[in-house]
Design a binder for this molecule. Structure first.
Ligand SMILES: NC(=O)C1=CN([C@@H]2O[C@H](COP(=O)(O)OP(=O)(O)OC[C@H]3O[C@@H](n4cnc5c(N)ncnc54)[C@H](OP(=O)(O)O)[C@@H]3O)[C@@H](O)[C@H]2O)C=CC1
Ligand SMILES: CCCCCC(=O)/C=C/[C@@H]1[C@@H](C/C=C\CCCC(=O)O)[C@@H](O)C[C@H]1O
Length: 333
């Protein structure tokens, strides 16, 4: 008999998520049945979307993905010892099967990790998982960049800007600390990077993108994005990936930003939101492309790893304070 631990969310988040919104409970797992396997969590992913994508019934199990190792199995496609990515929520042990989807209806719900060679399995939650695929497909398919174009990325400490450099673009990033900006222009090769907390965004862009912006990959929304969009070129393309600047905001007044329509019309812009699930049937293609770029030394990654299941809520809260540089993960020890 296995005793699992899982997080439940007691009430809707209000403002920044708090430890008191969560409770850890224990669950006795039954014996596995035909087609099922038992997986032990190795890494749990904490993600901004978890702040805004819970349902409306409380208490509820916390949603989320994890990389886990199969430790008991009655499913030949998931033998003991194999590594999986699954949307099991924040929990230590899971019994499931491919047709299950009892933990959520995410697509893809479950898959075996491709062979990452010498690289860590934790990449399956970051650059070689759906986060990396959001960058790869969101940027290439929505922004449709051309070599030589100027690209701006907000929430820039991820893969998008690097992919833009690989594709021959000029890249400007915005991030929330000077240390992150130094990493962007240093190791990652961005052409420039500004700390959105202490630069004048409009002046910074006029100086660093004097010929205007062709593509904007928007992770944050709000006024920063309105300013970037106001400096776009004719027929510019915007991929709206997220709006983290608004996720903890409870006052509707503070969710307002400068009107976009004058820029959209006069510059004939294309602005398109996307959810990475749209590219679910190309999951392996995206993972393999990012993996290949890592192996070729063209794509670098950082992981922000916090140890211990009991630290998962803290790791999640840290996302909204910019505590992570790179993918935020909890290692289950
Ligand atoms: N459309 C889709 O399918 C997907 C969308 N997303 C979205 O992409 C975005 C980035 O997610 P992800 O890469 O997982 O997370 P990150 O690893 O980029 O972590 C979140 C980062 O957001 C920044 N941030 C926090 N608060 C604010 C704020 N008020 N204003 C601006 N930046 C802020 C912080 O960095 P800093 O120090 O720079 O402030 C923080 O480190 C989110 O908006 C998320 O919702 C993610 C996955 C899929
Ligand atoms: C205003 C709400 C905007 C929410 C944007 C956002 O972040 C949406 C994301 C989900 C996405 C989650 C995808 C990747 C997370 C990475 C970790 C993982 O779980 O593998 C997917 O669920 C569809 C969008 O809703």
């Amino acid at each position: 008999m296995v005793l699992a631990k899982k997080y439940i969310v007691l009430k809707p988040f209000f403002g920044e998520p708090k430890n008191s919104d969560f409770q850890i409970v224990e669950e006795r797992l039954p014996e596995i049945q035909d087609d099922e396997f038992l997986a032990k969590a190795a890494y749990i992913s904490v993600d901004p979307y978890q702040r805004v994508k819970l349902g409306d019934k409380y208490p509820c199990d916390m949603i989320g993905s994890q990389v886990a190792k199969v430790i008991e199995s009655k499913n030949k496609d998931y033998p003991v010892g194999s590594w999986v990515m699954g949307h099991f929520g924040w929990r230590t042990y899971t019994i499931t099967k491919p047709s299950d989807e009892k933990f959520c209806n995410q697509k893809p719900y479950l898959y075996r990790l491709p062979d990452f060679g010498n690289l860590p399995v934790s990449l399956g939650l970051g650059v070689c998982g759906r986060v990396g695929n959001s960058a790869y497909f969101g940027f290439t398919q929505i922004c449709q960049p051309n070599a030589g174009e100027t690209v701006v990325v907000s929430g820039a400490a991820g893969a998008v800007g690097q992919i833009a450099k690989i594709l021959g673009c000029r890249v400007i990033g915005f991030a929330g600390t000077d240390e992150k900006c130094k990493w962007l222009t240093g190791e990652l090769g961005f052409d420039s990077a500004g700390n959105y907390k202490n630069v004048n965004i409009a002046d910074f862009l006029r100086e660093n993108a004097p010929n205007g912006v062709d593509c904007y990959f928007d992770n944050v929304g709000g006024e920063l994005s309105s300013i970037v969009i106001s400096q776009m070129n004719q027929f510019g393309r915007v991929a709206v990936c997220g709006a983290i600047s608004s996720y903890n905001e409870t006052e509707p007044e503070n969710r307002k930003a400068t009107i976009l329509q004058p820029s959209i019309v006069s510059k004939q812009l294309k602005i398109e939101g996307f959810q990475v699930n749209r590219f679910a049937n190309r999951t392996t293609e995206g993972i393999k492309q990012n993996l290949q770029w890592i192996q070729e030394g063209k794509l670098k990654y950082r992981e922000h790893i916090i140890d211990g299941f009991e630290s998962t809520a803290d790791a999640f809260i840290g996302l909204f304070r910019g505590a992570n540089t790179g993918k935020a993960l909890v290692r289950i020890i």
